[in-house]
Design a protein around this ligand. Structure first.
Ligand SMILES: Nc1ncnc2c1ncn2[C@@H]1O[C@H](COP(=O)(O)OP(=O)(O)OP(=O)(O)O)[C@@H](O)[C@H]1O
Ligand SMILES: [Mg+2]
Length: 223
């Protein structure tokens, strides 16, 4: 088991403004090499769940176990370290850094982890090839199409060899051809690297291709 959440709850707000309970007790686990789709209506709590599972934020209650360790007991610094070295993210908007080239953007997670040098550059080059953009290494994000930018974001998410990659509506901003191409890419990367992907999506075709679908409704997983 790579990652497990046990009865997690998330409440936003304050005593004065009132509370909103977004996750109401979610238990879920992920194993190596699976592609899991997370679906549900807008506002159901999908992004909130990804934030808790991806260690971007802490649940109000419950445990998140990464490799069997309860990370909700970790300090912020320890949590950041696990997140930076073991978890990858792809968001709806690519969040590439405009001043840097495609290759440099892919290298960014390794720079942040304190790693640089020829071996890392080579690895970023190979990820660039994996996403079909080997010839665009020195291009800046503004010189790439939306679909290409998103494929660079996928390559970047894999740079530190994460155990699990969270993608929150990765194709939400793409036309259907580019969305299909991005989905094909995610499945081929799963084959190649045996990586676990958790993908929030409103795309029915993508959800149908996943090994497993998790449906969130009103802060709870429904069958
Ligand atoms: N930081 C926050 N503070 C207060 N409320 C929040 C916060 N983040 C999310 N919410 C609320 O929590 C609920 C769930 O939001 P969330 O973003 O998880 O939904 P979602 O399922 O990802 O929806 P969508 O499909 O539109 O992206 C919404 O009602 C939202 O307004
Ligand atoms: Mg969302």
């Amino acid at each position: 088991m790579i990652l497990e959440a046990k009865n997690i709850k998330k409440r936003y707000g304050s005593a004065s403004a009132g509370y909103l309970e977004v996750l109401k007790g979610v238990t879920v686990s992920f194993t190596e090499g699976e592609v899991v789709a997370v679906v549900g209506q807008s506002g159901a709590g999908k992004s909130t769940l990804v934030h808790m599972l991806g260690l971007l934020d802490r649940p109000t209650e419950g445990e998140v176990l990464f490799g069997g360790n309860d990370v909700t007991r970790y300090s912020d610094e320890q949590i950041s370290k696990v997140r930076n070295t073991s978890i990858g993210f792809v968001f709806q908007f690519h969040h590439l850094l405009p001043e840097f080239t495609a290759l440099e953007n892919i290298l960014m997670p390794s720079y942040i982890a304190g790693n640089s040098g020829p071996a890392f550059t080579e690895k970023a080059q190979s990820l660039l090839s994996d996403v079909g953009l080997a010839d665009r290494a020195s291009h800046r994000p503004a010189e790439l199409s939306g679909g290409e930018q998103q494929r660079i974001a996928v390559a970047r998410s894999l740079m530190n060899d994460p155990k699990i990659v969270f993608a929150d509506e990765p194709s939400g901003n793409l036309d259907s051809d580019n969305a299909d191409r991005l989905h094909d890419l995610l499945f081929s990367l799963r084959e190649k690297h045996r990586r676990t992907f958790v993908i929030v999506t409103h795309n029915k075709e993508l959800a149908a291709r996943a090994d497993r679908i998790i449906t969130l409704q009103n802060g709870l997983i429904v069958a």
